[in-house]
Structure formats: C-alpha cells, structure tokens
Write a protein that binds this ligand. Structure first.
Ligand SMILES: [Zn+2]
Length: 63
C-alpha cells in the first residue's frame, strides 16, 4: 500500500491532495494531505473554526 492510497482520515480513496493547516493552540503545521470527498467537504464546511480530529484542528489553506 502506498502512502497515497487512502484518505488521511479514513480508508476511502482520496479525491485530491490539499494544502491543510493543522493546529493546536499556537502550534501550527502546514501539511499537504490526501483527502476523500467526504473529509474534504467537512473541512471546507467547517471553515476557519477548524475541523477537529484527534484533538487537532484542520482547515484548508496555509494561512
Ligand atoms: Zn476520508
């Protein structure tokens, strides 16, 4: 299995590689993650508040 074979957050096939900002308080990581349509949609819908997964918040874009 290659690292690109699955969505970052589930076992679905990824739809797109997306620039994601992941943060906890002031600790920010700029990542490029493969996401399925469902998770990309969730993160986009949640917007600047951030979508939480395992105690970390995520949003689309590195700003
Ligand atoms: Zn997913």
């Amino acid at each position: 299995m290659t690292p690109l074979a699955r969505c970052e957050f589930c076992t679905a096939l990824p739809k797109a590689e997306v620039a994601i900002l992941r943060w906890v308080d002031d600790d920010r990581e700029r990542l490029t993650l493969w996401l399925c349509a469902k998770h990309l949609g969730r993160i986009q819908q949640t917007g600047t508040r951030g979508w939480e997964h395992r105690g970390k918040l995520h949003k689309v874009g590195w700003w």
